[in-house]
Design a protein around this ligand. Structure first.
Ligand code: G3P
Ligand code: CA
Length: 264
């Protein structure tokens, strides 16, 4: 399956260049709006995702966790305190309770009334409009999230989405292996924040298409390992011009940022 997907992807890229279709962006890499356009709006909200679409990012990145009653909700921290007016752990509240919270005013009064979204809402609004880079946040403290995400994706007929228009990623490799067995063919990314050895890349390439590393870890050796095992990388998270200049010397598949204006 992985080989077939790669062949299709190479053919698409060839045909695109042969007939002169421009990519959505002019950059030599895919642009990823980290937690939406989170440098300008409260992260993981409709405002942040809408702005990312407006600014023509290739992907929105979003973080998934479970509510107490098993709804898949879009929020980064395990606790509510930083990005809502609630307190305590996300998983200790039902979806109805989470829905009452304000997820915008911590950022600015302009965004009062933004809510914690469900995964289903995000798919309804953004599938086929923009790529979705979906992170399972701590699956080990959100037991069963893999099966629930798979079932929502099946409901949304994920296989009809464009090539690599949906990618699931996590720092937890066991969860990503589980996703490949639940939905074979779904593009998988492994997030890494430590220096990679060749054998790590070899092992991850058995089930993933992407090895998404913290930008400070990118170097020629890493890129050689990725090339050897046909892995792509979306690097994270660029926040300044200086960081972008440093990273531009490397050829990477995509770059995540809070500030899409850096890429203009
Ligand atoms: O896309 C990678 C990145 O989102 C991982 O870090 O903490 O921002 O979720 P974090
Ligand atoms: Ca994330």
């Amino acid at each position: 399956m992985k080989l077939l997907k790669r062949a299709v992807s190479h053919t698409t890229a060839y045909l695109r260049s042969a007939i002169g279709i421009k990519k959505q962006t002019e950059t030599p890499f895919k642009t990823i709006a980290h937690r939406g356009a989170s440098g300008y709006c409260p992260e993981n909200t409709l405002a942040a995702f809408d702005m990312a679409v407006e600014m023509k990012a290739d992907y929105i990145e979003l973080d998934l966790q479970l509510s107490k009653d098993g709804e898949i909700v879009v929020i980064h921290d395990l606790k509510l305190d930083r990005t809502t007016n609630g307190k305590g752990r996300v998983i200790d509240y039902t979806y109805e309770e989470l829905r009452q919270l304000d997820a915008g005013s911590w950022y600015s009064n302009k965004y009062t009334g933004e809510r914690i979204l469900t995964f289903d809402e995000v798919l309804n609004k953004y599938k086929n409009k923009i790529g979705l880079l979906i992170e399972l946040k701590k699956p080990s403290v959100n037991p069963g999230i893999e099966e629930m995400v798979a079932s929502v994706l099946e409901k949304h007929n994920w296989q009809s989405f464009g090539e690599n228009q949906i990618i699931i990623q996590s720092f937890e490799q066991a969860a990503m292996k589980k996703m490949t067995s639940l939905l074979p063919g779904l593009p998988i990314g492994v997030l890494v924040n430590y220096p990679i050895k060749k054998k790590d890349a070899e092992e991850i390439a058995q089930y993933a298409e992407y090895l998404n590393v913290k930008w400070t870890l990118v170097n020629k050796k890493l890129l050689a390992y990725l090339a050897a095992y046909n892995l792509k990388t979306f690097i994270w998270t660029i926040r300044t011009k200086k960081e972008l200049e440093q990273i531009r010397q490397y050829s990477v598949e995509g770059i995540a940022t809070d500030y899409l204006k850096l890429f203009k």
